[in-house]
Design a protein around this ligand. Structure first.
Ligand code: SF4
Length: 341
């Protein structure tokens, strides 16, 4: 089942001359730290100079360990965080110029699939109420129209018979069914972009593939752009056309999925690949490259390359002094590492 889905993704033709739907330009998201009685105590630099573009209909995965800043990046794209500096441009509009009604309209164009489906669904509402609420908020006053829309998305996420499911409460559903409701809710207002935050990490392995297949099917049938946030490289290859590897608030490697998995360049990407449960024998040798240590503090990250204390290939006097810029050692494969200067 997995190889069938992988085949579809890997052989999918590239979008011709993609028009950026989303442009992230030199984005910084810093949170001020304040200590009681002492005032300002520094900044948590959760996102620290991220740039990328996403075409209409394109899928990218942002991969990294907990605490690397991917959640802050996601929340900023969703309009829930205000950038410290830099821009989020969606459909040619800068998010910083939107407020009130415009910001609400923007949020209708971006669907959000949460990591924990049970926590994402209000426990005291049945499925019909859960799905009607966002439609009412978005101004759909006609109940018949709302129910038609709900039946359509429930059919798309394959929850049948629809009328039975509409009367159920979240605790009466399996984890996979709950996640289908979360996806249905994200699809209700016909978004152009879906941001999926670890959407399968809390599900059983068998259900994970089904949910990824469902998301893939919806992405293709609606021409959706998707940002798939995950720590798990083993699921990325079944879903995303490009991979961005994130470390300590920066994207340190960006490439097509096949290119990055076949030829990871950054020592951290190698370590992440080695740490996946991927049974691919080609990755077995890189187990010995898993670096010791933890991700750095985002308040006081190490000087120079933030990865240098964990990197077996660090160059003394360079990596611990100067932050590496982005190099392009092969076409469309970008890496922030002095080894590729
Ligand atoms: Fe390792 Fe230096 Fe590359 Fe950083 S820049 S990943 S420390 S070799």
């Amino acid at each position: 089942m997995i190889s069938e889905l992988q085949e579809v993704v890997m052989n999918k033709p590239k979008v011709n001359e993609p028009q950026p739907l989303l442009a992230i330009e030199d984005l910084h998201v810093w949170y001020e730290l304040r200590r009681f009685g002492f005032g300002h105590a520094g900044y948590v630099k959760a996102v620290d100079g991220v740039s990328f573009e996403l075409a209409e209909g394109e899928t990218v995965a942002v991969v990294g360990e907990s605490g690397c800043g991917k959640s802050s990046l996601m929340k900023t794209i969703l309009g829930l965080n205000t950038p410290t500096s830099g821009d989020v441009i969606f459909d040619s509009e800068n998010l910083s110029s939107l407020n009130g009604d415009d910001l609400r309209q923007y949020r209708f164009k971006v669907g959000y699939v949460q990591q924990d489906p049970y926590g994402a669904l209000p426990p005291f509402m049945n499925v019909q109420k859960i799905l009607e609420e966002p439609l009412i908020i978005s101004g759909m006053k006609n109940k018949k129209e709302r129910l038609e829309r709900i039946h359509k998305v429930m059919g798309e996420v394959k929850l049948h018979p629809v009328d039975d499911f509409l009367q159920k409460f979240p605790h009466m559903l399996s984890g996979g069914q709950q996640q289908r409701i979360v996806i249905a809710r994200a699809m209700l207002r016909e978004p152009k972009l879906i941001v999926a935050d670890e959407p399968v990490s809390m599900l059983d392995a068998s259900v994970r593939v089904e949910i990824l297949k469902l998301m893939r099917m919806l992405q293709e049938s609606h021409g959706l752009s998707v940002i798939y946030i995950t720590h798990d490289l083993s699921t990325v290859k079944y879903f995303s056309a490009r991979i961005f590897v994130m470390y300590a608030g920066n994207l340190i490697e960006k490439a097509d999925t096949r290119r990055l998995l076949d030829n990871p360049l950054h020592p951290y990407s190698l370590a992440l690949l080695a740490a996946t449960s991927d049974p691919d024998a080609r990755n077995a040798d890189s187990f010995k490259e898993v670096p010791p240590g933890e991700p750095p503090s985002l308040v006081n990250p190490p000087k120079g390359c933030h990865f240098h204390p964990r990197c077996a290939r660090a160059i003394a006097g360079l990596c611990d002094e100067k932050s590496p810029p982005e190099f392009e050692p092969e076409p469309e494969h970008f890496v922030a590492c002095w080894l590729y200067e």
